[in-house]
Design a protein around this ligand. Structure first.
Ligand SMILES: [Zn+2]
Length: 163
């Protein structure tokens, strides 16, 4: 099964949507790839402790990708300080790259956000964010990997490679 998402090319430019294969792995394979804490959050829908995430206060310019599969998810130009203790963004890098799912756990109705390519749990989206979208994508640092804007070419997706 495929998904259509935006990806970086070898010039470090965001292109697409292009069709890419979904990333599907066994729990055992994810456990081998991730630390126990990363696995608990990204594959087990856990939440990291507030104000403890390594990317909360990251002010560098660049891109936040899925820790599990490398899909670009959020950019620093949409990051804002929400005061909640989790990295927050008012929009994803591309709507197609983030999937949503109604989450009725813990007696609440929330909108879970997931990586569109590998179903990694990223966090939740709320409607109390700043302009221009009014959305607050509340994320776990443990689900993300940061790449500096000078190194975006390292995110190049094989789908964009020249023949
Ligand atoms: Zn992913």
């Amino acid at each position: 099964m495929n998904v259509r998402v935006k990806v970086f090319n070898r010039d470090g430019a965001l292109v697409g949507p292009v069709e890419v294969d979904r990333v599907v792995k066994s729990d055992e394979a994810w456990r081998q790839q991730l630390t126990p804490e990363q696995y608990r959050i990204a594959r087990g829908k856990g939440t990291e402790a507030a104000f403890c995430g390594t990317l909360l206060d990251n002010k560098r310019h660049g891109v936040y990708s899925c820790l599990c599969c490398g899909l670009p998810l959020f950019a620093s130009n949409a990051k804002f300080s929400s005061g909640t203790g989790w990295p927050s963004f008012f929009q994803p890098i591309a709507e197609a790259n983030v999937a949503t799912h109604v989450d009725r756990s813990y007696g609440m109705v929330r909108t879970e956000i997931l990586c569109a390519r590998c179903d990694a749990h990223l966090g939740h989206v709320f409607e109390d964010g700043p302009p221009p979208t009014g959305q607050r994508h509340c994320l776990n640092s443990e689900s993300l990997a940061f790449t500096d804007e000078t190194e975006l070419a390292t995110l190049a997706d094989p789908a964009t490679a020249a023949p």
